[in-house]
Design a protein around this ligand. Structure first.
Ligand code: IMP
Ligand code: MG
Length: 180
């Protein structure tokens, strides 16, 4: 079996959409405090590109790491917080930054965790959304980059077994049978 990445969203598509999302966020938070919380590691490239384009909000960055997947392409409902925030978000305006929402379980777990700290506001921004896969409907993202079909994608932060995160585009991971 060899792996192949079939292009789905080009670097230009992604950067154009990130620019639009940044404009929307900037307008909503102009002159206000805003903590962007990145879910490691998948959200890191997206958060950096988004954060650089915010000109009006007063931005801080923080990071959380949660495990749900291991090295497989199958989701699990066991979610563990491996790294928590450096500072409490009590009284802050928060946007949680996700690479992709699949079943919605990770998001739902993290949102519950953050709400306990009583932020002033809490929204979710995800680059990708696979709505057809949702099993946990507790949280709906306010900012969505692209809705995509039920396929396993890699690149621009998203991995398969930790690889492909550095691709500047997003593609569908395909496994090809070799006939030798
Ligand atoms: P959920 O809890 O099922 O919504 O899973 C969300 C997490 O699963 C994401 O933050 C990703 O880390 C991972 N994930 C879900 N779908 C994909 C995919 O197509 N490619 C890579 N990672 C994925
Ligand atoms: Mg993730």
């Amino acid at each position: 079996m060899t792996e192949r990445v079939r292009p789905l969203l080009s670097e230009e598509d992604i950067m154009a959409r990130v620019g639009e999302l940044a404009e929307a966020v900037d307008a909503d938070y102009a002159g206000r405090n805003l903590t962007l919380i990145c879910l490691l590691k998948g959200g890191v490239i997206f958060m950096c590109d988004l954060a650089k384009r915010l000109k009006k909000a007063v931005v801080e960055l923080d990071f959380m790491d949660v495990s749900s997947y291991g090295d497989s392409t199958v989701s699990s409902s066991n979610i563990r917080i491996d790294k928590d925030l450096e500072h409490s978000v009590e009284g802050r305006n928060v946007i949680l930054i996700e690479d992709i929402i699949d079943t919605g379980r990770t998001l739902s777990h993290v949102v519950k965790h953050l709400k306990r700290q009583e932020p002033a506001s809490l929204k979710v921004c995800t680059l990708l959304d696979k709505p057809s896969r949702r099993v946990d409907f507790d949280v709906t993202p306010e900012y969505v980059g692209f809705e995509i079909p039920d396929e396993f994608v890699v690149g621009y932060g998203l991995d398969y077994a930790q690889r492909y995160r550095n691709l500047p585009f997003i593609g569908v991971l395909e496994f090809i049978e070799e006939n030798i």
